[in-house]
Design a binder for this molecule. Structure first.
Ligand code: DC
Length: 228
């Protein structure tokens, strides 16, 4: 039997709680947490700093060989751009927008996937994101797809927005979640899909701790060990 790659890749739609789950599972297992979105955000920031347009491949491509994107030690690991800690700077809405734009270029995705694989293969790791189970680690030892009803995912989003100080009502957020699902699943480049051998966890009736525990149970069953 081939050796089980110590990688847990978690995918799922907006509001499925995959980021919190991935981070917490990594922490409990003592594995590396790889924030794949942070890498696109760091590149987006680099493009902005260079005065470029993240939508223009001509502006982005020359930077691919110039910038070094990586992670520091500690938990969660600091995001490094040419050695500078940009963990906070990449969390602005502008950096999110730039990340989304640079991530549409096939060449950028190819380079990022190479980097992400290199990091994930070096040490046991947990990662989440739209292409983790299908493109980055189709050979992950464990693939998880966290799902949940539209209403429950919208309620979680609404809670996040409220904490961030935005006022929205549940109808607006439901419409937003439905639209994102459609876009995420329908896009050409790395659409969100359930990998063939993924373990699907329906989180509709679960709170966050139950969701984390559900992933931990599958992980410990797959890789061995005990969490309780
Ligand atoms: O998860 P996040 O919001 O930090 O991601 C920022 C952007 O990066 C998101 O708009 C899409 C892109 N991204 C991607 O294309 N592939 C990933 N594996 C993760 C993020």
């Amino acid at each position: 039997m081939p050796k089980l790659l110590k990688v847990i890749a978690i995918d799922g739609p907006a509001g499925s709680g995959k980021s919190t789950t991935a981070k917490e599972v990594a922490k409990r297992l003592g594995w590396t947490y790889l924030d794949t979105g942070a890498m696109y955000r760091a590149l987006g920031l680099a493009v902005h700093r260079a005065g470029g347009n993240p939508e223009e491949l001509n502006d982005v491509e020359p930077l691919l060989d110039k910038v070094e994107i990586g992670f520091g030690t500690g938990f969660p690991p600091a995001v490094l751009l040419n050695g500078e800690d940009v963990s906070e700077l990449i969390r602005t809405p502008e950096a999110g927008q730039a990340a989304s734009q640079v991530s549409t270029h096939g060449l950028v995705r190819k380079r990022m996937v190479e980097l992400q694989r290199a990091i994930g293969i070096k040490q046991p790791c947990v990662l989440e994101g739209r292409d983790t189970t299908t493109v980055i680690f189709p050979d992950a030892g464990l693939k998880i797809y966290v799902d949940g009803s539209v209403e429950v995912r919208a309620k979680r989003r609404l809670h996040d927005y409220t904490v961030q100080g935005h006022t929205m009502n549940i109808e607006e957020v439901i419409a937003d979640v439905i639209e994102r699902d459609k876009r995420d699943m329908g896009r050409k480049e790395s659409p969100l899909q359930v990998a063939e051998d993924a373990v699907v966890i329906d989180t509709t009736e679960m709170n966050m701790e139950e969701q984390i525990q559900a992933v931990m149970d599958v992980a410990l069953d797959r890789f061995g060990g005990s969490s309780r």
